[in-house]
Design a protein around this ligand. Sequence first.
Ligand SMILES: *Cc1c(COP(=O)(O)O)cnc(C)c1O
Length: 459
Amino acid sequence: MSKIPNRILLTENELPKQWYNMMADMPERPDPYINPQTMKPASVEDLYPVFAEELCKQEFATEQYIDIPEEIQEKYKMYRPSSLHRAYALEKALQTPAKIYYKYEGSNTSGSHKLNSAIAQAYYNKQQGITHLTTETGAGQWGTALSMACAFYDLPLKVYMVKISAEQKPYRKAVIETYGGTVIPSPSNTTNAGRAILAKDPNCTGSLGTAISEAIEVAVSTPNTRYVLGSVLNQVVLHQSIIGIEAKMQMEKIGEYPDIIIGCAGGGSNLGGLISEYMHDRLTGKKKPYFIAAEPAACPSLSRGKYAYDFCDTGHVTPLARMYTLGSGFIPSSIHSGGLRYHGMSPIISKLYHDGFLDEARALYQNEVFDAATFFAKTESILPAPESAHAIAAAIQEAKKCKETGESKTILFGLTGNGAYDLAAYMNYHSGKMEDYAPTDEELEKGFATLPKIPGIQE
Ligand SMILES: *Cc1c(COP(=O)(O)O)cnc(C)c1O
């Protein structure tokens, strides 16, 4: 048999034409969203003031496959299908009998998988005649991806960017502005929510929660304006399924099936996307690959969180979702993997974990994560995003186990982004001052104390 190539590629014509919806095959679906005003299960119409209607429908969709509109396929073709890599150099350096594959989503200019959902969300808003979008961004990846997508569809975009992040990451701001997005450091004096916070603390450096509140306030109070969110939601997991559909096609081309599949988990969207078609096999009893969610020890939503109803945002305006959460009042330490600093987890991923279909949540400390990132950069040449490096670290752990046992397992992990915008984190690592941190049980209790009470459902 000829050697498996370093990169397994698909042609443009092989780009998937449908997204796969895991909800269709789950024996039990996630619990319904709850409307925070009525504290009753939310209807699809309840979400219309905030999100585009087609996207609200996708939030509730139970069809197995949903067509990817041709206009979206055309945009995807600018950077998809993405490549699947055989990590020969990494395997060799680890002297492992394991076969390691990774699906690389960082080759587009925005640098991450987030563009897959940004394009879809911008498209459906444009279709509906929406003329302006708002969003928030913490670390900046989502703001960058969405500003690109909005440029494609000529949609003006306001990005509420956590103030400290806007100051620390001027290059992110420059990219967002290049694609036509407007960056507003949050808290700002452009909204009631922002003004209230500034009145109390004029030097407030901002938080994701405040930025979300500002973005939603503008969306619901401005005609023809909607809000978009880059992770957590069912629609985002649906859009990201393109990662796993492609990966499975690529693995099939070379006659491979992964024993272990690993994704990093912030809000759960890339993990949900990567595992999608493999979870399909698992849910329908065809195969039983082992799924691992790699998360930061500093923000361990799955491994140490509670499965409970919680607000998706710190500002308490979005619907309540039942998910693994640390509590919307949980304040993670300032670790550098900005994209993984979220208190909750996708309701779909949470339900799969709760019901035992997602096998393991593994919390990793950041020095090990950056050790893995630099080891990977030196061997495989790609500078990984710190978020993605959590998956690399877990994959290396698995490959080392194979070395001990002599087993030649096939490992697939998601390389969600490149680290070109994350050099401050790498500088911190090189300085030797990076700290390993995990919250104490007491600190977690403080977060759990902020879980909402819902009459009859969660007392
Ligand atoms: C945002 C982000 C993540 C985490 O988000 P998920 O919704 O959990 O996928 C992971 N990697 C990169 C590069 C990101 O930008």
